[in-house]
Design a protein. Structure first.
Length: 258
């Protein structure tokens, strides 16, 4: 394994740091393996006792299927300090890279915390987080209410997973209509009061033939940037300090700050 190796966040190679001596939920690690990438040491394999393994499964941090096992990447980057890069590749897959694969400075820097977000022309406030274990991007209930109203107007219906789906031609027409000018452009996250980060709504559309799924779901009080956000921006995370630091790099070149 080399510094250029990439792991799909959804693959059986999601890796977890076995050293959790500072965790409130300690795991009994019988043995772990480590590799050094770009000057940082990462745990890339482990052997746990049965009780610890069972706890991970019950907490839904470890997922077992007949064909593969996978661990929540958020757990790994939180408990294994280092540099990580999350990106959307040309083969339409999400990837986790151990180390920094940018080759250049990020376009934007931000920290998680209280932010203003503009959606459908309305301003909302809430905590902004990045969570690669979430596939969809999550909006607070108050913000999602306005989105649902617009989607109901074009006969989009809720799915069992919380997303909305309907005819692509309906939402394409909606995004072009003058009446819904804010929807046609972008969701706007204010990294600072005068520093907006724009994400085109088309970023959150999953197209399957004539059917479109809106990859935004309803949460509680936080804005959670899930893997769908990576279609617009790659995320570079430094978990070495007490506070996680983030930099963003444009994936979709249309997205820009004014």
């Amino acid at each position: 394994m080399t510094p250029n190796d990439r792991q799909k966040p959804g693959s059986p190679n999601r890796l977890l740091n076995g050293d959790v001596s500072n965790s409130n939920n300690q795991w009994d690690v019988e043995k772990h393996y480590s590799h050094t990438f770009e000057g940082d040491t990462y745990y890339t394999g482990w052997k746990l006792n049965w009780d610890s393994l069972q706890m991970l499964i019950e907490r839904k941090e470890l997922h077992i299927t007949p064909t593969e096992s996978s661990i929540d990447p958020q757990v790994h980057i939180t408990k294994s300090p280092g540099l990580y890069s999350f990106s959307w590749s040309t083969d339409h897959e999400f990837y986790l890279h151990f180390g920094d694969d940018r080759g250049k400075q990020g376009d934007y820097a931000f920290r998680e915390g209280h932010r203003k977000v503009e959606l459908l022309g309305e301003n909302y406030f809430g905590d902004l987080k990045f969570d690669p274990s979430e596939e969809a991007t999550i909006l607070p209930k108050e913000a999602y209410t306005g989105l649902k109203k617009a989607l109901h107007g074009i006969r989009f219906t809720p799915r069992i997973d919380g997303r909305y789906e309907g005819k692509c031609k309906s939402i394409d027409a909606l995004m072009k209509a003058t009446k819904y000018e804010p929807l046609r452009h972008s969701l706007i996250i204010f990294l600072t009061e005068h520093y907006p980060l724009r994400i085109y709504y088309s970023t959150f559309l999953l197209r399957n033939g004539d059917t479109c799924i809106v990859d935004l779901i309803e949460g509680t009080k936080s804005f959670v940037l899930g893997c769908s956000f990576l279609k617009a921006y790659s995320v570079f995370v430094n978990t070495k300090g007490e506070t996680r630091k983030f930099e963003l790099g444009r994936t979709d070149k249309r997205n820009h700050a004014n």
